[in-house]
Write a protein that binds this ligand. Structure first.
Ligand code: FEO
Length: 172
């Protein structure tokens, strides 16, 4: 495997691991705050990110590269509100999208069309994840501090689909 591609894919493996860890911390915070629907949504989201990481690990190894399992720093543990959680989540996903775009760019530079093709799944996934996070933030903005609205939000969020089906840990 091209060394430049191997290096940038390993960076992406790390980013997906960091995402999974961050969403796990958010899920745990939500669970401790008694927001159980949101906690379940975020636990599932953390699982999805782990699947994203696994797909990359397998791809690198199957193509003759060496996947590196990264050390992950402890994520933020406390959050101010649901809006705080989902603002950070969107911000994080925007950063991941930039990284994916960089991988795609390097694939074209290196004329690695196989990896370029593989990465298209991630490009589509980022579109979905960003749209979902924006949609959730719009809902939270509409609800404001209305307790009844927040109750319904927490009940309904479990039915929101995370990620596209091909990469889902447990397709719905
Ligand atoms: Fe794996 Fe949320 O990007």
């Amino acid at each position: 495997m091209n060394k430049k591609i191997e290096k940038i894919l390993n960076k992406q493996i790390e980013a997906e691991a960091v995402s999974s860890h961050l969403y796990l911390a958010m899920a745990s915070w939500a669970e401790n705050s008694g927001i159980n629907g949101t906690a379940n949504f975020l636990y599932l989201h953390a699982d999805e990110e782990r699947v994203h990481m696994l797909k990359l690990i397998k791809f690198v190894n199957e193509r003759g590269g060496k996947a590196v399992i990264p050390a992950i720093p402890a994520p933020k543990q406390n959050f101010e509100s649901l809006t705080d959680v989902f603002s950070r989540l969107l911000e994080h996903e925007l950063m991941v999208t930039n990284m994916i775009n960089e991988v795609v760019f390097v694939c074209l530079q290196e004329k690695d069309y196989t990896t370029h093709n593989f990465m298209q799944w991630y490009v589509a996934e980022q579109l979905e994840e960003e749209a979902l996070a924006r949609n959730i933030l719009d809902k939270l903005k509409m609800i404001g501090s209305d307790k009844g609205g927040l109750y319904l939000f927490d009940r309904d969020i479990e039915s929101f689909q995370v990620g596209n089906k091909a990469g889902a840990a447990s397709p719905k």
